[in-house]
Design a protein around this ligand. Structure first.
Ligand code: ADP
Ligand code: MG
Length: 320
């Protein structure tokens, strides 16, 4: 018997981890997928270490502790994410606002102390929310919050950045096919190993988890959804969910209950989905239409599904 030749084989690596406050699943195909997944894991933990508000030693916590006192030097990664966050604040007319920290803390949605705060406390916290008070120094890589008590919360954008970083590592390792899922922040890299497009489901906000409102077929795209069905509490029959409207200080009550952004980068999808969710249909549609290579699926309170023109022939409604 002689060795003739190796047959090709699918090399596949998968890892589940808890990072950035969510369950993440990385699935990669290709020769270097094992190394790629391990490298990505390390990078995800680093992003968490730098950007989490739940870690008192993180760079973001350092900026927050020094609000009204002094500018703080941060890594170029954290600087970039904060700078992008400010950009999405402008695009969404302040609906997305990374200085939402005091209000998020006050409501505590998803924590053991979630409650409806006192009106006076909401007003106080609301007064501290303003992305224009973030002072960025590009050369020094410093971040400063102008007023004492202000705080940055990157919870609505960090996962998007993280998904892009995983994608970058995968590409560097020549992983040609992968699915990156950071708690619903999805990036579909390349095509599936059988060369067909990835089919990604969009949760039906009115049904139990895993029931889709529809599906989209993609390659090299990010899909990010902000919805009212994952983190919330109910009091006196009213649902209070975790996305807070910086104009009112209360959880958003816009007509949109689920906003999915389909885009080339996930930071874009994450930044936009939160703001779009708050802004309601008319403004959101205007913003989506004004942006290049950005598509959306919006579901409103009445279970109506709106799809941007780029997805018209792609979105397949599921009738369950
Ligand atoms: P998720 O993180 O659940 O996928 P989002 O990306 O929409 O959903 O982010 C929600 C998180 O962002 C909240 O838990 C909170 O930390 C923060 N947040 C809440 N309201 C806002 C807002 N108006 N602008 C920016 N961040 C917000
Ligand atoms: Mg978001």
């Amino acid at each position: 018997m002689i060795l003739f030749k190796n047959v090709t084989r699918d090399v596949y690596s998968e890892k589940e981890l808890y990072v950035l406050g969510t369950n993440a699943v990385l699935k990669a195909y290709g020769k270097n997928s094992y190394d790629a997944v391990n490298e990505a894991e390390k990078v995800l933990y680093d992003i968490d270490k730098n950007m989490s508000i739940f870690r008192s030693e993180s760079e973001v916590s350092k900026v927050n502790k020094n609000s009204g006192i002094s500018p703080q030097r941060v890594s170029s990664e954290t600087f970039y994410v904060i700078k992008e966050a400010v950009r999405y604040s402008r695009i969404t007319e302040g609906a997305f606002d990374p200085t939402i920290g005091p209000l998020v803390k006050l409501w505590g949605i998803g924590t053991s102390h979630e409650c409806i705060p006192l009106r006076s406390d909401i007003d106080k916290a609301l007064h501290l929310v303003n992305y224009n008070d973030i002072v960025l120094n590009e050369t020094e890589k410093t971040v400063f919050l102008k007023r004492k008590g202000q705080s940055i919360d990157l919870g609505a954008i960090a996962k998007g950045y993280a998904a892009d970083m995983v994608c970058k590592i995968f590409r560097k390792n020549k992983v040609s096919s992968a699915l990156i899922d950071l708690g619903g922040n999805i990036y579909a890299l390349g095509k599936k190993s059988d060369r067909s497009l990835w089919t990604i489901g969009i949760q039906n906000p009115f049904s139990k988890r895993g029931t889709f409102a529809g599906t989209i077929k993609v390659k090299n795209k990010s899909l990010v959804t902000s919805g009212n069905y994952e983190r919330y509490f109910v009091q006196s029959g009213v649902r209070y969910q975790h996305i807070i409207d910086p104009r009112t200080g209360f959880p958003s009550t816009s007509s949109i209950v689920s906003a999915t952004i389909v885009s080339d980068t996930s930071i874009e999808g994450d930044g936009l989905s939160t703001g779009i969710y708050i802004l309601g249909l008319d403004k959101s549609i205007r913003i989506i239409n004004s942006l290049k290579n950005v598509d959306a699926v919006l579901i409103d309170k009445n279970a109506k599904v709106y799809v941007s023109s780029g997805l018209k022939n792609n979105f397949a409604l599921r009738k369950n």
